[in-house]
Ligand binder design. Sequence first.
Ligand SMILES: O=P(O)(O)OC[C@H]1O[C@@H](O)[C@H](O)[C@@H](O)[C@@H]1O
Length: 312
Amino acid sequence: MAMVSMKLSVPPLNFPNLRPNKRYPGMAFAATNQDAVALGVKVTQGEGNLPKLVLTSDHGSEAEIYLFGGCITSWKVPSGRDLLFVRPDAVFDKKKPISGGIPHCFPQFGPGAMQQHGFARNMDWSLVESGNVEGNPNVTLELKDGPYSRAMWDFGFLARYKVILNMKSISTELTVTNTDNKAFTFSAALHSYFRASITGISVKGLKGCKSLNKDPDPKNPIEGREERDSITFPGFVDCIYLDAPNEVHLDNALGDVITIKNTNWSDAVLWNPHLQMEACYKDFVCVENAKIGTVQLEPEQSWIAKQHLSIV
Ligand SMILES: O=P(O)(O)OC[C@H]1O[C@@H](O)[C@H](O)[C@@H](O)[C@@H]1O
């Protein structure tokens, strides 16, 4: 049964890309004369006056999500630590994707025919549903094709992204549906930036995977096989792991070990830019769930992939 908190969450602003939520059993909504959102979900103005959702769990965690790019920029666990990282050079003016948090790479991981990492992180997603289950909020965002995406990739699609915050975890479910009358292919990733202390970071769980090392030439990666139990970051790292396991562990060397589980994100990417980003490389690492080998969807078909980040 859902537990309903007394705290009302009233969206203070009326953003054009917010749509009314559906109401369904087990969810508690604070209805206003604007859009209704669930308890534990607030619509606020973030950096650059961009619409930002703030999710607050009754159990001590909090998350922030920008509709621009459908980007989760903050995940605070009950200790108060934010386990995600936004780069100091990130801009919030829609001229560039937000550099940090969990940006989407879709419909291309890259490099490839269109801009690196595709267009989904440069577009405004819409809030279409929100809910609250036992004090834990969730939201569902949606992205559809439009003139901007069609100019790069001439297909009709619908992407739905559900984000669920719990006390010690944040989960996402991405569903991509082909709404066109012809098939399309795509690749994708959740380009997660984790706050970390570079000299102590380790990533475990990728031993034995086939690797594609993008260093030195991202267009001609070098094939190999990962032999280390524990991967560290003594220098520049940009490497794809194919057929990665559905669970890896990141020790961020700041006091947390993050379990990164997935369903259907078949591949993984590790990236740290080292001296290419001298101002911040010591403070983060990207551990990305990815789908590097392309997915083909026939009209009306969908592809679903889930990510579950948790601490003990
Ligand atoms: O676009 P961003 O957020 O600056 O990230 C770029 C990096 O993203 C990584 O996913 C790629 O593996 C790197 O090759 C790339 O340089």
